[in-house]
Design a protein around this ligand. Structure first.
Ligand SMILES: [Mg+2]
Length: 202
């Protein structure tokens, strides 16, 4: 299985693909975008969110010293407070989606092929951000942090998005802005490109 996880980087297209599929055509049947930092920039003060979440967990006797927001989300899962913590974060995200900024790549939408959004943000925030900029009609499937049981870089959210588009992973391009997005694509077996490189191509 090792070889199927190796990727090759095409210096002309700046697209990474699993090396085993390097001869796959450049014509994708679906595109999946990350949300925050890729299509829009959510107006969220993540330090403030982390302080709020720390307060929620401390009030319930959970030690959070030195934990970042992501670790606290995992801690909340372990201690049975995931729903409460998720809702605390989601409140900030929904508000941050209403006041988000549209990024240049958003103007690449719509595509002729189906488009999905696969985000670490809650699904409601994704919908609000897309609606705020009239992008909702250009997006056919949305998967957020709370849509499936796992989060990126687990492949499940991306695979669920692709499934919702009726496409196949090997003919899907995932566009994101983070190492976590890249790893997700690798785990799901899709091609991947960073948003800055994609912006030069669309
Ligand atoms: Mg992002």
């Amino acid at each position: 299985m090792g070889s199927s996880r190796a990727t090759c980087f095409d210096p002309d297209t700046h697209i990474y693909r699993p090396s085993i599929r390097q001869f796959v055509t450049d014509e994708y049947e679906a595109y999946v975008y990350d949300l925050d930092g890729t299509l829009v920039s959510l107006a969220v003060d993540w330090d403030e969110v982390a302080r709020e979440v720390a307060g929620v967990l401390r009030a319930r006797g959970v030690g959070v010293d030195g934990a970042d927001l992501w670790s606290m989300l995992e801690l909340s899962e372990e201690h049975g407070y995931r729903r409460k913590v998720d809702e605390t974060i989601a409140e900030f995200e929904r508000e941050g989606a209403r006041t988000s900024a549209k990024l240049p790549l958003a103007d690449a939408l719509p595509h002729d092929q189906p488009v999905g959004v696969c985000s670490l943000n809650c699904e409601a925030a994704c919908r609000i951000a897309l609606e705020t900029y009239g992008l909702d009609s250009a997006v056919d499937a949305i998967v957020g942090r709370d849509s499936v049981a796992t989060e990126k870089p687990d492949p499940e959210p991306l695979l669920a998005t692709i499934d919702g588009l009726g496409a196949s992973p090997e003919r899907t391009l995932f566009i994101g802005d983070s190492q976590r997005d890249y790893e997700t694509a690798e785990n799901a077996g899709t091609a991947f490109v960073y948003e800055s490189e994609w912006l030069d191509r669309v």
